[in-house]
Design a protein around this ligand. Sequence first.
Ligand SMILES: CC[C@@H](C(=O)O)C(=O)SCCNC(=O)CCNC(=O)[C@H](O)C(C)(C)COP(=O)(O)OP(=O)(O)OC[C@H]1O[C@@H](n2cnc3c(N)ncnc32)[C@H](O)[C@@H]1OP(=O)(O)O
Ligand SMILES: [Co+2]
Length: 133
Amino acid sequence: MLNVEHIGIAVKELEKSEKLFSALFNVAPYKRETVQSEKVSTSFFQINQTKIELLEATSPDSVIAGFIEKKGEGFHHIAFEVEDIESEMLRLQNEGFTLLNNVPKIGADNKLVCFLHPKSTNGILIELCQEIR
Ligand SMILES: CC[C@@H](C(=O)O)C(=O)SCCNC(=O)CCNC(=O)[C@H](O)C(C)(C)COP(=O)(O)OP(=O)(O)OC[C@H]1O[C@@H](n2cnc3c(N)ncnc32)[C@H](O)[C@@H]1OP(=O)(O)O
Ligand SMILES: [Co+2]
């Protein structure tokens, strides 16, 4: 695994939270993207080396809607950059971690992604990301 690629934050209203985080970071979001397969709309901030992904549900059956209903808005996942997602998925599976998808999915910001179940990672939802080259 390489660097932290982004930190995901679940929000109820993207526009409202964009304003809040713009004021907090003193920088505007650089990108908005909807990922239909994940039923989310995202907004990205770059603060020096740190990338923050805000996630709003686009449907009541989105995992983000379920998460907010149970836990409220806030920290949702941490994403790590990997060089080769398929070999990293295989390595982590062999280490006993539970993958939530067996083949890489298309994520936001030009990435292939895979999630690890939080029950296998001390309660933290982990995302692996590989840049699509
Ligand atoms: C925009 C694309 C992409 C990117 O490019 O960056 C994204 O980031 S998409 C982000 C949204 N998509 C995902 O999160 C996909 C992976 N997640 C899942 O598949 C599900 O969220 C889940 C982790 C399998 C949980 O779903 P489900 O089992 O249906 O929900 P439950 O509420 O029943 O949860 C079971 C269990 O897990 C705990 N949980 C759920 N979410 C999280 C979380 N984010 N962090 C930590 N723990 C989480 C939940 O509390 C339950 O625990 P117990 O109550 O103890 O059973
Ligand atoms: Co993410």
